[in-house]
Design a protein around this ligand. Structure first.
Ligand code: NAD
Length: 344
């Protein structure tokens, strides 16, 4: 059983370093990290990828997922990861109920879809001790707030990741994309806790920095999702097509510009000065990709619309910033979800 948690000096923090991610503290003891007890809640594509990589690096990892067949396959045969980081089985334990897992966590990473965050979090109390840190690397808005309301804001660290993964079947995932991961305190302080977290993830081949502007990173990633996901889904096209026609490009600009006004009213400092152009550039760089919302709709699954364009509408209402285009695309995606059974 473990309850030592991440580095103790979380509240005091380090000196605020403006601008860029912090260099990770060299003082952190690597022996402490290898024994770190990490539980992953939501072991689908991303949860399995992160859990597998952390287990390979020597951490004591448990995966928690309600998908029984997936959990049983992982426990019987191991977790299969293929793709960018290599093709192999990884030995890692999995459970459908947190009560099946002995002891408590140093770190719980949430990787459920955002609409499952609250239900999943409410079931995890048996894993939480006084020093447990909660990390969300999920997309969209609202996850930090939901987790803070359940576990207490002081426990929760947020971040973004540019890694990508897909589920291939029970017990099998594909590591489809790699890129930077960033973690940070919402306060903007660079703390020992976020530095240690970055080091633990980096050691697991998930290159991570601690940032003093995690809110800006979350909102900047949100801008990309706002400009790509719902539009690509409604048009049923790969990312690259969105910037090819003048009508889709104009719609994308409106979606992102509305979201930028909301971000500005909220006082968020984005990581990119020209976000509209940046979203178009991402479309070009990922031209062959089918965005995750379109993948969900093609499988007739619930989407994360409420934490992407829907969240812009909610925040816009609160801050008195009009968001008519985001409102319409959100309602259209919800209408598509409602009509899955009747579609011709
Ligand atoms: P996923 O659907 O593959 O995995 C989610 C898992 O959560 C599923 O296996 C599901 O069974 C499980 N789950 C649902 N309810 C649960 C509960 N109550 N308790 C435990 N497990 C539960 O989703 P994903 O693609 O891994 O995405 C997870 C999050 O990460 C999303 O917010 C997504 O936007 C974000 N994200 C995804 C990618 C990607 O490439 N897939 C990249 C970056 C961020």
């Amino acid at each position: 059983m473990s309850d030592r948690g991440l580095a103790a000096s979380t509240a005091a923090g380090r000196e605020h370093i403006a601008g860029s991610p912090a260099a990770v503290s060299a003082e952190i003891n690597t022996e402490r990290m290898s024994a770190m007890r990490i539980d992953i809640v939501g072991a689908g594509a991303m949860g399995s990828l992160f859990g597998g990589l952390l287990a390979e690096s020597g951490c004591d990892v448990h995966l928690v997922d309600v998908w029984k067949e997936h959990v049983e396959t992982i426990n019987d045969k191991g977790l299969w990861i293929e793709g960018l980081s290599g093709d192999r089985f990884i030995e890692v334990r999995a459970a459908t109920e947190p009560e099946e897992i002995p002891g408590i966590s140093d770190l719980i990473i949430f990787f459920v879809k955002s609409y499952h965050t609250e239900t999943a979090a409410r079931g995890m109390s048996s894993l939480v001790g006084k020093n447990t840190t909660i990390l969300t690397l999920q997309n969209g808005l609202g996850n930090f707030e939901t987790l803070s309301s359940i576990f207490g804001e002081e426990r929760v660290v947020a971040g973004t990741t540019s890694h990508g993964a897909n589920v291939l079947g029970p017990g099998r995932v594909c590591h489809a994309g790699a890129g930077p991961t960033v973690v940070g305190e919402l306060s903007g302080l660079i703390t020992d806790r976020t530095c240690e977290l970055a080091q633990v993830l980096t050691r697991a081949r998930i290159e991570t920095d601690a940032s003093d502007n995690v809110l800006g990173l979350i909102w900047s990633k949100l801008m990309v999702n706002v400009g790509i996901n719902a539009l690509g889904t409604l048009l049923r096209v790969r990312n690259g097509e969105l910037t090819q026609g003048k009508h889709s490009l104009a719609l994308q600009r409106e979606l992102v510009e509305e979201a930028l006004t909301v971000a500005e009213k909220k006082g968020v400092t984005l990581t990119h000065p020209h976000m509209v152009d940046e979203v178009a550039t991402v479309c070009e760089k990922t031209s062959g990709n089918i965005n995750s919302m379109l993948q969900d709709v093609l499988r007739k699954r619930r989407t994360e619309i409420d934490s992407i364009n829907g969240a812009i509408v909610r925040e816009g209402e609160r801050l008195k910033a009009p968001t008519p285009t985001n409102r319409i695309v959100s309602e259209m995606i919800r209408a598509i979800e409602q009509n899955y059974a009747k579609q011709i």
